[in-house]
Design a protein around this ligand. Structure first.
Ligand code: ZN
Length: 462
């Protein structure tokens, strides 16, 4: 541990620099905090999301720091690590290092507040910046137990750890003639192969990992049956999970399934061999499952599943993830709609940090205006307004649109108050040159795509 003086000098010198501690996804807020933490302690903070830093690292922090919850009387000090909750960073939270504070607000140095830490696939423009923030509960402050006098610098290695590239094997459950469980218009074998494994693989590869998908890109094998065959013919080397260990030499193996039971059972869980303790990957996948479809139980050790048993027999890092119940409509509706995000979260759990990076300070803003043009031919009476939305002032009734002959050219579409609006100019010679607005339909499409709607007339898109 270094002294508080060293902490403050480091923070002051850090302003304007860019920190990519884990050599992945550019200059994230977590990278800055880790660069500081590592400089101070020689240790690394682990976890998927900034918001969970204090809990994910509770064991480490217990012996070297005090963790404070924000209260009206709490006054942070320079050097405190401040952890923002999940309202920041699109759910991931945010982390920064305090430089000064009053009871109303505090100044920090931080990275990626504006989401400029990782832009278009490359390290972005955002450097460590001094900025004031307001308190916002829940909020946590981590105060290191500083060294009393000058520390022995040579106890702490000079450079940060390198990015870790792992060999990961992904396994889609079932296969060949075994479709697995069936429900909600699909089966485990096909659904997992189509929506889950290829996307988890894609995201892990963008994070730099070497990914092997069992059975190759078609996944036209069943690791369960292959392992069983190996055992049956007495070859514990060339089939199924045995082959994976010998040929792929994986750092981690993740097998994916969907569960089956009565229609009311829902949620997922992670299964490991009963011989092993849950590790970080198990626990993080479990928490991703929990935050997506909910959990039916925690990480579960079992001694009655073939590949889990073999994983203990040959000592490989293996788990089986039940991603939800194929027999539960709510689970499947959710997974069908959000499979890409779910796969990305799982990939982040295996990687140890969210894939792609997240913007910290920006609350997500949804696009509501598109510069799409065309001609609108009304077939019913439609009010015309001076601004889009139900609060926009309505023009004189004579200037509303009534029929095909009142067609207008528009150059913009706007989503507001449950309707799609167009921005147009009147076509008649001598008419006002200003922009006017009218709704062209109610929003009823579940994906809120205008082109899926029935208009009050017809649209010829430009
Ligand atoms: Zn299964």
């Amino acid at each position: 541990m270094r002294t508080k003086n060293e902490a403050i000098n480091w923070i002051n010198k850090s302003v304007g620099k860019q920190f990519d501690f884990d050599k992945c996804y550019g200059y994230q807020c977590y990278d800055y905090a880790n660069a500081y933490f590592y400089y101070m302690t020689g240790l690394v903070l682990h976890g998927l999301y900034a918001k969970n830093i204090a809990t994910d690292n509770a064991k480490t922090l217990a012996s070297i720091a005090t963790v404070y919850d924000n209260t009206p009387e709490f006054l942070p000090q320079a050097g405190d690590i401040v952890v923002f909750n999940g309202c920041y960073g699109n759910g991931a939270g945010h982390v920064a290092v305090v430089t000064q504070a009053t009871l109303d607000s505090f100044e920090v140095v931080e990275q990626n507040w504006f989401g400029g830490g990782f832009v278009n696939g490359a390290p972005g423009w955002e450097a460590a910046t001094r900025r004031w923030h307001y308190y916002d509960n829940p909020m946590t402050f981590i105060r290191l137990h500083y060294a009393e006098k000058k520390s022995f610098r040579n106890l702490i290695p000079a450079s940060a750890p390198k990015a870790i590239k792992r060999k990961i094997v992904l396994v889609a459950g079932h296969g060949y003639n075994d479709p697995g469980a069936i429900g909600n218009g699909t089966n485990e074998r096909d659904f997992i192969r189509k929506y889950i494994v290829p996307n988890v693989a894609k995201y892990l590869r963008t994070a730099g990992h070497d990914v092997y998908v069992y059975g190759g890109s078609t996944m036209n094998q069943d690791m369960y049956q292959d392992t069983a065959y190996g055992q049956q013919v007495g070859n514990r080397r060339d089939y199924g999970l045995y082959w994976v260990k010998n040929v792929q030499k994986p750092d981690a193996i993740i097998e994916f399934h969907l569960d089956a039971a009565g229609a009311s059972a829902n949620g997922g869980h992670v299964i490991i061999s009963g011989q092993f303790k849950a590790d970080t990957i198990d626990n993080t996948i479990q928490s991703v499952i929990k935050s997506n479809v909910g959990q039916i139980r925690g990480v579960t050790g079992r001694n009655d599943l073939l590949n889990a048993n073999v994983s203990a027999e040959i000592n490989v890092n293996y788990r089986l993830a039940e991603l939800g119940f194929i027999t539960n409509q709510k689970d499947m509706d959710y997974i069908k709609k959000n499979y890409d995000r779910y796969a990305k979260d799982i990939a982040g759990a295996i990687h140890g940090k969210p894939i792609g990076g997240v913007a910290a300070g920006q609350k997500q803003v949804q696009q509501t205006v598109w510069n799409w043009g065309g001609i609108f031919y009304p077939n019913t009476a439609i009010k015309v307004r001076r601004l889009p939305g139900l609060a926009g002032e309505v023009v004189d009734e004579a200037s509303w649109l009534y029929s095909k002959d009142d067609w207008v050219k528009f150059d913009q579409i706007i989503k507001k108050d449950g309707y799609w609006w167009i921005r147009f100019k009147y076509q008649a010679p001598g008419a006002s040159k200003k922009n006017f607005y009218c709704a062209v339909c109610k929003i009823t499409d579940k994906d809120e795509k205008i082109k899926n709607e029935k208009y009050w007339g017809s649209i010829e898109w430009a």
